[in-house]
Ligand binder design. Structure first.
Ligand SMILES: NC(=O)c1ccc[n+]([C@@H]2O[C@H](COP(=O)([O-])OP(=O)(O)OC[C@H]3O[C@@H](n4cnc5c(N)ncnc54)[C@H](OP(=O)(O)O)[C@@H]3O)[C@@H](O)[C@H]2O)c1
Length: 257
């Protein structure tokens, strides 16, 4: 029987490309998204067995729906990709706190709730691999996306701690830190009027996904997703002050009108 992977945010962007790469490696896919388009995943990946789950991961009920699907299949879960996430652009003075609460629910709370179920199942199996999509935003202050970056820093740190805990249980945890990637992500965040608004200069989501899946399979602790320039920027982040990184980030994230 084929191996089974759970991928959240599988209907678009990086999660769709990760699903494609896992399907190419022979995995069946439980793919999660909150809109109807998740139902098209089976047509996109015709050679894989696909189980689409439409669930809103900003709610605990959505997480339960996803986990019920995993449980009902009654199969080993070989891979879990905690990837669904969004951002919110604009100055913290102006953004709506309700939007921020939704983002925190999706980017943090749902990931922790799902991870709780995933690690229990994988520990029981004494096998499994987890990929957590964080971001290069975990390595810098992110003014004008001021809550998004900390949600990714949380996931990066969470993945590193969990990795240490789970190594005696036969489970590996890998964090993927993509640089800016050409998906709908920044449009959804309302950042069309910033440097991030254009996809022309960004990383190819297929490349980012390949780097993530290769690191997952190799059991690496983390990987930067993107081209050589992106990886160099990640290296430079280690040596620059937060003040300097915040100034640089704001030049790209500040709305122009
Ligand atoms: N693109 C970048 O520049 C970039 C850089 C670094 C890190 N990342 C991280 O990469 C991950 C994926 O981003 P992306 O660029 O692929 O974004 P994307 O193209 O906007 O895709 C987001 C995915 O998440 C799903 N999703 C959104 N809200 C959801 C909800 N409430 N419940 C369930 N699923 C939901 C979307 O499906 P529906 O729309 O159908 O719900 C879609 O499948 C995120 O965690 C993000 O933080 C992205």
């Amino acid at each position: 029987m084929a191996q089974l992977a759970l991928v959240t945010g599988a209907s678009a962007g990086i999660g769709l490309e990760i699903s494609r790469q896992l399907a190419d490696r022979g995995y069946d896919i439980i793919g999660v998204g909150s809109s109807e388009r998740i139902r098209e995943l089976g047509e996109t990946l015709p050679h894989a067995e696909v189980y689409p789950v439409r669930a809103d991961l900003t709610t605990e009920a959505g997480v339960t729906e996803v986990w019920n699907e995993v449980a009902e299949l009654g199969r080993e879960l070989d891979v879990a990709v905690l990837n669904a996430g969004r951002s919110l652009g604009g100055g913290f003075l102006d953004t709506d706190i309700e939007d921020e609460k939704q983002m925190i629910a999706l980017n943090l709370t749902s990931q922790v709730l799902l991870a709780k179920q995933v690690v229990k199942k994988m520990a029981e199996q004494h096998a499994g691999r987890i990929l957590v999509t964080a971001s290069m935003s975990a390595l810098t202050p992110t003014p004008f996306e001021s809550i998004y970056g900390p949600t990714r820093a949380f996931m990066f740190s969470f993945a590193a701690g969990l990795r240490e805990e789970m190594k005696d249980h036969g489970v590996s945890v890998t964090a993927l830190l993509p640089g800016a990637t050409a998906t709908n992500f920044h449009q959804t965040a309302g950042m069309g009027n910033t440097v991030f608004g254009s996809n022309d200069w960004k990383n190819d989501p297929a490349q980012v996904a390949r780097q993530g899946v290769e690191a997952l399979i190799a059991g690496k602790d983390h990987v930067i997703g993107g081209d050589r320039k992106t990886r160099l920027t990640a290296l430079m982040h280690k040596f620059r002050s937060n003040r300097s990184k915040a100034g640089k980030f704001a030049r790209d994230s500040r709305p122009t009108k």
